[in-house]
Design a protein around this ligand. Structure first.
Ligand SMILES: [Ca+2]
Length: 172
């Protein structure tokens, strides 16, 4: 290896490592939040979309405009949202679901739409880019009459590291 190639390689590596140290980390903050939903069928409560188990699911009653709402307790810049659909039955029910990110806790439709689900195959996890939309709340809702909203898992990926208050380094 001549010196020119050596220096070029060295510069490349230095550039590589400097980029690496600046790389921001994508963190799934969904489970840090508290979930709620419009109605609950039997014991299929809203938190079941956050338990890390793909076969446990939330389930609303069959009503108009069902929704599921996640309160992240503070505002995050949401990079993407993932939804895992039900495997055993009724995968079509998720069709047309709207994913919203915003700061409106009561009038949920005022939160801007990040993406609309066309369809998700049974048991699959699909990812929807939200491009850094800011919000404390992530909502999944299905507009229409006689709808059932079921979610197996929801992931909310924000770009970290976050503010210093998220770090425990200073706590002894
Ligand atoms: Ca689950």
């Amino acid at each position: 290896m001549n010196m020119r190639v050596f220096y070029k390689s060295l510069l490349f590596l230095l550039g590589f490592f400097s980029v690496q140290t600046k790389t921001e980390i994508e963190v799934n903050v969904a489970a840090w939040g508290k979930a709620d939903q419009s109605t609950t069928y039997e014991n299929c409560d809203a938190q079941r979309a956050l338990d890390g188990i793909n076969y446990t699911f939330t389930h609303t009653e069959e009503k108009s405009n069902p929704w599921w709402k996640l309160d992240l307790t503070k505002t995050y810049s949401v990079n993407r949202v993932t939804i895992t659909n039900r495997l055993d039955c009724c995968s079509y029910r998720i069709d047309g679901a709207e994913i919203r990110v915003g700061n409106e806790s009561s009038d949920l439709n005022r939160n801007p739409i990040c993406a609309v689900v066309s369809t998700i195959p049974a048991g699959a996890t699909y990812s929807y880019s939200c491009g850094g939309m800011e919000g404390r709340y992530v909502i999944v809702d299905i507009p229409g009459t006689s709808k059932i909203l079921t979610l197996c898992e929801v992931g909310v990926y924000a770009i970290g590291p976050f503010s210093e208050e998220d770090s425990c380094e200073d706590e002894t």
